[in-house]
Write a protein that binds this ligand. Structure first.
Ligand code: SF4
Length: 759
């Protein structure tokens, strides 16, 4: 077993940062239970010492007096401390009553973004969701990346088969709507994107950024183009149109793995560069030049992220990113856009013939507006109406797991009012925030240093095959359960077993289910093996470590329980505190495909059916239309939840309305003054930041702020409240994915001392 390094009375622990997708290795120096420092781990096999300011959150969260360690239960209208037994008994009373009276759909779940970085919700969350048996499952995915999952699912057969740009080997990187220098990569796990982008330029390559803002990433690029928000799909179609029209499309060997290539010219025909130029704000010759450069580059990749997904045509844009990677022959090619191979969660089949069932969306629909299901969940824009609309299946109880939907989801004012009407709310959360302040019970998870960590979702999006496990560094406070135990306790309560159920049998059930599934899959590395022998081989591990050990060993690099003596196990990872690098991405076609045809589906009907809507938008587009609102990523901010950490909010107010100088002058706005911004959903007042770094006609407010609500117990955040941009986001979705439209929202902007215009 690896022993942490000790220097005098200090011990250095090596851990993966749990705060974003980059998975940086950190060296955490502890003196007893005190966190002395957090630095980059120079020996980490992936990040090599890189870290960003958010990493200091490990220490600041540890020291945060507002972070909950004991449950809170509402008594006489007040949230007061209670024992864990009392808290779970209260959950049993409240949740069971709602489910008994209203049926399974009366209980809803919202899973926030940090769930994706935590083993407890990742491994045991599905057991809770299954036990609840409700259609009302919601998550941050439908205010984020769902369009990409839908397009990847329909094209390649699995929602996590997302091609990522091979940034370390590419010569030409076209980035749309992403700011990886600030977000540090998203649907692209690659620490130190600044260094990696610089390396592209140093080896003679080119980085082109298309974004309504001259973002930090755009400043590092070879060239930047402003684009009118929401028109990325038009630009991408125009690029495809140029490739096809000028005979530049050359998918090469990919052609034998793809269906419907012959449909692409017709689908792209209406979107010539000349037709889209005014709508996009990019001149037609520039569009043609970029297309020609893409085609000419030895190795090129197109990458789109949040600006391309959180908009009206998110699925179309996500699909077209990979259509371009196909047309240029760069899909699944070194230096192009490749399918990662993770040590956990993926299979490396040889892929002869049809390999999967593909994905289906719309297997059921939301009760009130009939919005289609996607990957087992419903679009979160519909949560408020599901709570407020009477009838069978009306949501009366809400379970939030590491989420703050009252800040993070559209039409936030309506959701806030709706949540007040609920009969029961239980939140697994470390703060009394804008959402959990309404809870009847809050169950805090341990801080990150007290939890085991392995990024098994994000390694599936990494540019190298990396495995890195971090054991807990400190004990949980008092009798605080581990997060996975709390999730399983909620599952047992939802299943009607009460608050004292035996969690050991639930844990057994989870691992047995996983093993049973894997041994039954043709081509799996443990196909046909005896499940009992595998369980015995995992002993004496329990909990997430047992599941993780199983998944590692059954995975593409694992020991296959004796099948490959040199293969990976959790024991081996425990001896490798800086992680294990299993190599760069490698070509995976056709084995990666899970479509029923065993081919890449280049024109899925569910996606191309949305093209007429885009064509209509193109016909209506006016370069002199409304001012439109977009969000923006910030280096020291992570959605809504890290604003109580002094190191991350100090300095000048960063929650500003950015506006171009020409617009500011026309509207009578001054830098440092205040503006009123109104949309069809609401109105807010924000400080003005005049900057030529934003496109004329576009304004930007970062999301995740607005901590000025009464009842919060977040002292630091309350002193730096900012404004909640989601008060302005309407209930509008990208149709194929149900993802919220958070960018390109029509707004009216006036000086704060004037009457706001009606939107
Ligand atoms: S980039 Fe992400 S993973 Fe790396 S230190 Fe910052 S928050 Fe942590």
């Amino acid at each position: 077993m690896y022993a942490p390094r000790q220097v005098a009375s200090e011990t250095i622990h090596y851990r993966t940062c749990p705060f974003c997708e980059a998975t940086c290795g950190l060296a955490v120096t502890m003196r007893g239970d005190e966190v002395v420092s957090v630095r980059g781990d120079e020996d980490d096999v992936f990040s090599h010492g890189f870290l960003c300011p958010k990493s200091q959150g490990l220490k600041q969260l540890h020291d945060d007096p507002d972070r909950l360690t004991r449950p809170l239960v509402r008594r006489d209208g007040e949230l007061v401390e209670a024992s864990w037994e009392e808290a779970f008994a209260e959950v049993d009373r409240g949740l069971s009553k709602v489910l008994a009276e209203g049926g399974r759909d009366a209980g809803a779940v919202y899973l926030g973004n940090p769930s994706a970085h935590s083993l407890g919700p990742m491994i045991y969350g599905p057991a809770f969701v299954k036990a609840l048996g409700s259609k009302n499952i919601y998550s941050a995915s439908t205010v984020d990346q769902m369009p990409k999952q839908v397009s990847a699912g329909l094209m390649f057969g699995a929602g996590l088969s997302v091609p990522v740009p091979d940034v370390d080997r590419t010569d030409y990187l076209l980035i749309l709507g992403a700011n990886p220098l600030v977000s540090n990569g998203s649907l692209l796990t690659a620490p130190d994107m600044r260094g990696r982008m610089r390396a592209i330029r140093e080896r003679g390559g080119k980085v082109v950024v298309v974004d309504p803002r001259l973002s930090r990433t755009a400043k590092e690029a070879s060239e930047h183009h402003f684009i009118r928000p929401g028109t990325d799909a038009m630009l991408l179609l125009a690029l495809a149109n140029t490739l096809l029209d000028e005979g530049l499309a050359d998918p090469g060997a990919l052609a034998e793995h793809a269906n419907d290539a012959e449909r692409l010219p017709e689908l792209a025909a209406p979107f010539t560069p000349e037709a889209v130029a005014a709508a996009c704000g990019i001149a037609a010759p520039e569009i043609r030049r970029i297309a020609r450069e893409l085609a000419a580059a030895e190795r090129a990749a197109v990458y789109g992220r949040i600006g391309t997904t959180t908009q009206r045509f998110g699925t179309l844009a996500s699909w077209l990113v990979d259509v371009l990677n196909y047309l240029t022959g760069n899909l699944d090619r070194e230096g192009g856009a490749m399918f990662p191979l993770a040590a956990v969660g993926q299979r490396n089949s040889t892929g002869d013939g049809p390999t999967g069932k593909g994905v289906k969306v719309g297997r059921w629909a939301s009760r009130v507006s009939g919005r289609p299901e996607v990957f087992g969940e419903l679009p979160v824009v519909g949560l408020a109406e599901e709570i407020t609309t009477p009838g069978e299946g009306q949501v009366r109880a809400l379970v939030t797991i590491a989420g703050n939907p009252c800040v993070s989801t559209p039409d936030a004012g309506a959701l806030e009012r709706a949540v007040e009407e609920l009969d029961f709310i239980v939140s697994l959360d470390i703060y009394v925030n804008e959402t959990t302040r309404h809870a009847d019970v809050i169950l805090p998870a341990p801080e990150p240093l007290a939890k085991a960590h392995y990024d098994f979702a994000l390694y599936q999006l990494a540019i190298r095959s990396i495995a890195n496990y971090s054991p807990p560094v400190i004990e949980t406070a008092d009798d605080q359960p581990q997060e996975w135990e709390t999730v399983l306790r909620l599952a047992a309560i939802a299943a009607g077993q009460g608050p004292d159920a035996d969690l050991g049998s639930w844990d057994d059930l989870v691992v047995q289910t996983l093993i049973g599934r894997e041994v039954g899959i043709p081509g799996s590395r443990i196909e046909g093996r005896d499940a009992g022998e595998i369980i015995a081989a995992l002993a004496p591990r329990r909990g997430p470590e047992r599941v993780l050990d199983f998944m590692l060993r059954a995975g593409p690099f694992g020991d296959a329980f004796g099948g490959d003596p040199d293969g990976l196990t959790l024991t081996e990872l425990e001896q490798a505190p800086h992680g294990i690098d299993l190599g760069p991405m490698r070509p995976r076609l056709p084995g990666v495909l899970r479509t029923p045809s065993g081919k890449i589906e280049l024109a899925p009907e569910e996606i191309v059916a949305d093209l007429p809507r885009l064509e209509a938008a193109l016909a209506e587009a006016s370069p002199n239309g409304h001012m439109v609102l977009i969000g923006r990523r910030q280096l020291r901010s992570n959605n809504s939840w890290m604003h109580n950490l002094p190191a991350l909010v100090k300095g000048k107010d960063r929650c500003t309305l950015q506006i171009h100088p020409d617009d500011a002058e026309r509207l009578g706005l001054a830098d440092g003054g205040a503006a009123l911004i109104s949309s069809s959903s609401g109105e807010l007042r924000a400080p003005v930041e005049v900057t030529a770094e934003i496109m004329p006609g576009v304004v930007s407010i970062p999301h995740g702020w607005g901590h000025d609500t009464p009842g919060l117990r977040m002292e630091v955040a309350s002193q730096h409240p900012g404004v909640n941009s989601n008060l302005l986001s309407p209930v509008e979705v990208d149709l194929p994915s149900g993802n919220a439209v958070l960018n390109g929202i029509p707004v009216e902007v006036t000086a704060a001392d004037r009457e706001p215009a009606v939107a």
